[in-house]
Design a protein around this ligand. Structure first.
Ligand SMILES: Nc1ncnc2c1ncn2[C@@H]1O[C@H](COP(=O)(O)OP(=O)(O)O)[C@@H](O)[C@H]1O
Ligand SMILES: [Mg+2]
Length: 84
């Protein structure tokens, strides 16, 4: 990749506990070691509102979240724009 490259979007997919965060951290470290700039984010999350929505999804104190509700929370996180 050249320094004027637009970059790559790399996504880690998998169920809860599959190891996505671990592998993303390893890859980010490996790329940064090679001098590349890495922006690591997650879904839901990545913005202040997205992180609050993530907490909601991960808070099992509410009991089971039905699939429709969870899908809408993910959609809301995608819709949330970063603070300017
Ligand atoms: N290759 C691996 N072997 C054993 N345990 C792992 C491995 N990768 C991750 N873990 C452990 O599994 C758990 C879930 O990993 P994590 O990366 O948080 O998953 P995810 O982000 O997909 O939910 C963590 O406790 C992590 O330390
Ligand atoms: Mg994770």
């Amino acid at each position: 990749m050249t320094t004027n490259s637009p970059g790559l979007f790399i996504a880690f997919e998998g169920g809860d506990g599959a190891g996505k965060s671990t592998q993303a951290a390893c890859l980010a470290e490996a790329l940064e070691t090679r001098g590349l700039t890495v922006l690591r984010t997650r879904e839901p999350g990545g913005t202040p509102i997205g992180e609050k929505l993530r907490s909601l999804v991960l808070d099992h104190g509410h009991g089971h979240i039905d699939a429709h509700t969870e899908a809408l929370i993910f959609a809301a996180s995608r819709a949330a724009m970063p603070a300017r």
